[in-house]
Design a binder for this molecule. Structure first.
Ligand SMILES: Nc1ncnc2c1ncn2[C@@H]1O[C@H](COP(=O)(O)OP(=O)(O)OP(=O)(O)O)[C@@H](O)[C@H]1O
Ligand SMILES: [Mg+2]
Length: 459
């Protein structure tokens, strides 16, 4: 049965609601101030909160905001003496589930509670079936909601105003090329975007690819050919896998970056560079510099603006959105009607360490979508991920469990969680140790020990 928290300073209301609702079979807890309500909400994580807007200590809207911050799924039914539209709109906008007036009409309240209960049940069902609907921060088509990704969006915005060289670092499949294209599209979408993979061809060929050559400059140079820097005009040259460039060519590239001019192979004319250079690597260039495999002066030239894309396992919060986004794309491309993955697969996805990052996720989904019979992808649709054991998940389970794997994947330890919780409670109740102990349900000496353990300052 649903857990309901009633926050109202009018004791006659909270007491009669307590009586009525517990008779209806709900688990019910009451609080008479905003602070008390928030503390109790923290302890019991209610499904439904009945909240008076006018409270003696904190404004009901502030309570609403804090409640939603701790537990965004809680359904908050606001009560007020005001009838005005403005308050109603504000309450709904700020995330209230429903809104009823004083004096409370018990039928009206009943309807609101039942509606909330139904919604909660439905959400649980949908959660199991579907991935989250898309409510993402998008720049072009880059999906990401976490702090690191938001910083990347900001950087893209800033570099789009200029032609600064940008270095993109990230593991394989994290979206380096995607980001390069978005930078390009935001800067000079009508000019060419020219990509070249520095590891794909031999050195001499790469040089002529980049800078072009004059007729007869080497055997086979039967005509004059412009290089990538020329072809890109005022657009973008994307130098992928820059770490693989030879030291010899690195020296030439450095000169180009310094002088913004170069000569074609076998030529004397100076050609101007107007394009922006975006370089990408999945190696740590700094380490390569230390090992003498990459020129430090070139590194500093490239490293003016760096975008570090975190691996997918360090931003798991993006997985549901990415799933949603990638499935839409796949449905469009393959004329499918996949609506999501099963809860079981979702759990596995949230745990998996994704060595191939977003590309790996995308490839898995494409393969699953091709073979799937139903509209919800289940474990039988991911034989590669699960080993060929018809869904027992042996290989994956082995790959994702164990303390080492957990550490590598950045799981929080219980201590991390405890520390966070203590800090949260302090932020909420203030620096009153008695109250903190009460909320946490621990003794004073235990609290002191924990404060010291986590280095939480307390004067
Ligand atoms: N944040 C993201 N949102 C949406 N799609 C993404 C995102 N990151 C990557 N992708 C998709 O994943 C795939 C791989 O991305 P991309 O080719 O840009 O990776 P990469 O870092 O260049 O990989 P590699 O190092 O292997 O070359 C592409 O299809 C890309 O569209
Ligand atoms: Mg790439």
């Amino acid at each position: 049965m649903a857990k309901i928290l009633v926050i109202d300073d009018d004791k006659s209301i909270s007491e009669s609601l307590e009586l009525y609702l517990s008779e209806e079979g709900y688990e019910i807890i009451t609080a008479n101030t905003g602070t008390e309500g928030l503390n109790k909400a923290l302890q019991m994580s209610p499904d439904i909160v009945i909240l008076d807007i006018r409270l003696p200590d904190i404004d009901g809207f502030t309570v609403l905001e804090d409640l939603k911050e701790d537990n965004e799924d809680a359904k908050v039914i606001m009560i007020t003496a005001h009838h005005d539209m403005e308050t109603t709109i504000r309450a709904m906008k700020e995330g209230a589930f429903d809104y009823i007036h004083k004096p409370i009409n018990i039928d009206e309240l009943d309807i609101a509670i039942q509606k909330a209960v139904k919604t909660i049940e439905m959400e649980k069902k949908i959660d199991g079936l579907l991935t989250e609907p898309s409510r993402s921060f998008k720049v072009g088509d880059i999906i990401g909601t976490g702090k690191a990704m938001r910083e990347i969006f900001k950087t893209i915005g800033v570099v789009s105003q200029s032609k600064t060289t940008v270095l993109i670092q990230g593991e394989s499949g994290t979206g380096k090329e995607l980001i390069a294209k978005v930078i390009h599209n935001n800067t000079s979408s009508t000019e060419p975007y020219i990509a070249i993979n520095c590891s794909a061809i031999v050195d001499t060929l790469l040089e002529s690819e980049l800078f072009g050559h004059e007729k007869g400059s080497f055997t086979g140079a039967i005509s004059r050919k412009p290089g990538k820097f020329e072809l890109a005009r005022y657009g973008t040259v994307f130098l992928d896998e820059i770490s693989e460039m030879s030291l010899n060519l690195q020296a030439k590239l450095l000169r180009v970056l310094q002088e913004l001019e170069f000569e074609r192979v076998g030529g004397k004319d100076r050609v101007k560079v107007n394009a922006r250079i975006v370089a990408a690597t999945n190696k740590d260039l700094k380490t390569l510099v230390e090992e003498g495999k990459f020129r430090d002066d070139l590194y500093y030239r490239l490293n003016i603006v760096t975008v570090h894309i975190p691996p997918l396992r360090e931003r798991r919060e993006d997985i549901p959105l990415l799933l949603d986004y990638l499935l839409r794309k796949i449905n469009r491309d393959l004329h499918k009607k996949i609506i999501g993955v099963s809860q079981e697969m979702m759990d596995i996805f949230m745990e998996y360490h994704w060595p191939g990052n977003v590309r790996e996720l995308e490839n898995l989904l494409v393969r699953a979508a091709v073979v799937a019979k139903g509209q919800v992808l289940g474990h039988e649709d991911f034989p590669d991920l699960l080993g060929h054991d018809k869904g027992e998940g042996a290989r994956l389970t082995a790959a994702v469990s164990g303390p080492e794997a957990d550490k590598e994947r950045g799981f929080e330890t219980l201590d991390d969680i405890e520390e966070k919780h203590i800090r949260k409670v302090i932020a909420r109740v203030g620096k009153n140790k008695g109250e903190i102990c009460e909320v946490l349900g621990i003794s004073r000496p235990t609290l002191e020990r924990k404060l010291e353990k986590y280095g939480i300052e307390f004067e």
